[in-house]
Design a protein. Sequence first.
Length: 295
Amino acid sequence: MTDTNKPSLLSDHVDMRMVAADTDKATPDRNTVVRLNPDHPGFRDQDYRDRRNRIAQIALGYRAGEIIPDAPYTPQEHQVWRTIWEALVPAHQAHACADYLEAVERLELDASRIPQLREVSEKVSAISGFRLEPVAGLVEPRVFLESLATGVFLCTQYIRHHSTPLYTPEPDVVHEIVGHAVTLASERLAELNRLFGKAVKRTRSAEALDRLSRVYWFTIEFGVLREGRKLKAYGTGLLSSAGELEAMHKAELRELDLEAVSGHEYDPTHYQPVLFCAHSFENMFKTLRDFLVQW
């Protein structure tokens, strides 16, 4: 039976659900176990699950300031990276904003293999002062966002299952590096990330945090803008998926009004039917910066 509510496994879609995977540290042998939903592409692949467990253990044993241990990627997983990269290069040229394309060149990612977080973090830190730190799985929104205030971006190291290279039910290392790490190699986008973190630290109520999280979603994750008359992406959820980049042209575009954005609900399991568009990169940067400083 086909589930018509589920994105196609070949749709090149990053499903941003915050409950797709979890870790259980209370196992008898003290090994970390990553719990995958039964509909996860890797659910029945024991080798993949064992590797996910080892990668989660790396994160759980990590302490801030240490060198990030390398993740044990396989040749098959490096091929997944190459497949995704081959799809994204032309998509970026057609749909990514100029600031992002400049950051891609600055970061010089290896297209032939999955870059280790350690080496990407070193490059990003030299550019914007941000550093990457591994986490075992998805974290609470407040924890994730507050870390940005101190120039820390919390990253997963695992990659999606090889059977579905153009679909993942959770943010993986492709989304973290191709999306977030590249944008953190842009000084202005890195500044906005820091300001988000500082704004979250000043946020006390759950309602206000929800509003701010929606602004993050529709800007840092799914933001679009105009370059001349062309629609371009600066959001990481768009930039890490060729399918999302194509789909953004079918979305209803609304003006970037952050008060309206903060009240707009979203469904993270599908392509976004509504996106908020800035007149230019400068317009986006000033509008979002002023909003966050005054939050």
